[in-house]
Ligand binder design. Structure first.
Ligand code: AMP
Ligand code: MG
Length: 482
């Protein structure tokens, strides 16, 4: 019954990097969904385990053979406020698996009970956030965005108490690692420079092996993380995605999207859109995400300073040089993504300004972001323009915008089709799937999980999933729900 060919390296790091802890036992684990594609990529031999055995292992009742379960230590800035000790309070790393693609990935249970980092929490997760993370992380992957993934959702048969009594569940999260900016900050706060070096070497070996041979591996490492995060945030924004809780403990060193708590894909576009119920000042609004990423990366640079140079002034100069590259990298990536959405393969004169004015037009007309680019793709392919014009509250502005787009040259339809998804995991659909599943019916969850695997393809029976929400369906706020 050996499902996972575990090879664990994190456990060989110094003892104060983690706490050994076992998942909590649950009364009645049952498999809601198992991601066969991902299992294939991980090289798991599915024939070695029945659904019951998988549920026992991924629900917490049986520790998989070869696992050395642990909770990782980290700190972080939450909404700008420093918290020296966060850590995996409701997550347990089972171990690492090297996939058929040669990539080493963490296998982690989320919602599997208390750990030494749980503080006042119960370490559990209601079913809703598990299904939400499953749907959104797998949709992100299918959209081509670097992200942690979901291997399984297991119902525990145990109630979880929040404002109300809810069914409990455990998610199996797969990530190229769970190293966060907050992991580095944790050791900086303790002035443990030796630990920072060990952690940086570990991160370089795992994610950026090329940095090892650079003149200064650590500044090269910072530069790589900055580059990946600049590209990531630009890609999120090109899909109308708002992460919602970009705390430094929720920003990975690998450049993967992590922690799908109160995130959301926008329906109507507005640059100041916020969904998270706890983001009262709009810190993590759609348009603030690059500035926040830069702020977070500055915290990473601070933690790495002792490794850059013994001379602090010199080290700061080196950090500033790297951090200074973020803005240009972000802009390149952002405008490049939007040019592709508009059908332009190459930079045109003033194409950046055109993108800016397009976004202004979209927010002014309260236009549905995803539908707009989908309808534009249709128009580019020679279909009638009525659908596009009707999306805006201001038909005159719409017609004017369309004319200016037409005047700017021949669009590349293939590029538009591969840049403008037809399906995104819309809030209202996720909400409906969760409500139904809480009532015992997981069919909508499965339908969505199947549909979101091919977001750029036209599905014959998926027209309802393409649509923006009706006014009574609109979801205005999202919750961590943990
Ligand atoms: P997050 O909002 O997911 O980024 O979590 C922030 C911190 O709160 C992390 O240290 C989590 O482990 C911890 N946390 C969140 N929910 C729970 C819970 N139900 N029990 C224990 N710790 C939790
Ligand atoms: Mg987190």
């Amino acid at each position: 019954m050996k499902l996972f060919p575990f090879q664990n390296t994190y456990v060989n790091l110094p003892e104060h990097f983690y706490e050994r802890v076992e998942p909590a036992k649950v009364p009645a684990p049952s498999l809601i969904r198992f991601n066969e594609d991902l299992a294939g990529l991980l090289g798991l031999d599915r024939s070695t385990a029945s659904d019951e055995e998988i549920a026992a292992q991924l629900g917490g009742n049986v520790i998989p053979e070869g696992s050395e379960p642990l909770a990782q230590a980290y700190g972080g800035h939450q909404f700008g406020g420093w918290v020296p000790r966060l850590g995996d309070g409701r997550a347990i790393l089972l171990g690492e698996v090297v996939g058929t693609d040669g990539v080493r990935r963490d296998i982690q249970l989320k919602g599997s009970g208390r750990t030494p980092f749980s503080r006042g929490g119960d370490g559990k997760s209601p079913l809703g956030p598990v299904l939400r993370e499953y749907l959104v992380s797998e949709a992100m992957f299918a959209l081509g965005v670097p992200t942690t993934r979901s291997l399984a959702a297991v119902a525990t048969g145990e109630p979880v108490y929040r404002e109300e009594k809810l069914p409990g569940a455990v998610l199996t999260r797969v990530a190229s690692s769970h190293l966060r900016i907050g992991t580095f900050q944790y050791f900086l706060a303790q002035e443990d420079h030796e630990a920072i070096r060990i952690l940086a070497d570990f991160a370089i070996e795992r994610h950026y092996p090329g940095c090892g041979s650079e003149g200064n591996p650590y500044t090269a490492f910072l530069g790589q993380v900055i580059e990946r995060q600049a590209a990531l945030v630009a890609q999120w924004m090109s899909l109308g995605f708002i992460h919602g809780v970009m705390n430094t403990d929720n920003m990975t060193i690998s450049g993967e999207t992590i922690d799908f708590g109160p995130c959301a894909f926008m329906d109507e576009f507005h640059p100041e859109k916020v969904f998270s119920s706890i983001d009262r000042n709009g810190r993590y609004a759609w348009g603030n995400q690059p500035a926040i990423a830069h702020w977070n990366l500055t915290r990473l640079a601070e933690a790495l300073l002792p490794l850059f140079d013994e001379d602090r002034e010199k080290a700061i100069g080196m950090a500033e040089e790297r951090l200074g590259e973020f803005e240009e990298q972000f802009k390149e990536a952002f405008y490049g993504r939007f040019r592709a959405k508009l059908g332009w393969r190459d930079k045109k004169e003033k194409s950046g300004e055109f993108v800016d004015s397009t976004l202004e037009f979209l927010s002014g007309g309260k236009v549905d972001f995803t539908r707009f680019f989908r309808e534009l793709t249709r128009v580019a392919a020679g279909e009638p323009e009525g659908g596009l014009i009707a999306l805006s509250k201001d038909g005159v502005a719409s017609a004017k915008w369309l004319q200016s787009w037409r005047d700017s040259g021949e669009p590349d339809v293939d590029l538009m089709q591969s840049s403008n998804p037809i399906l995104i995991p819309r809030n209202h659909r996720i909400e409906q799937a969760i409500v139904a599943a809480n009532g015992g019916d997981a069919s909508l969850f499965h339908r969505l999980a199947d549909a979101y695997r091919t977001p750029f393809e036209i599905g014959s029976d998926l027209a309802d999933l393409e649509q923006a929400p009706d006014p009574e369906e609109v979801v205005c706020a999202t919750f961590c729900g943990t």
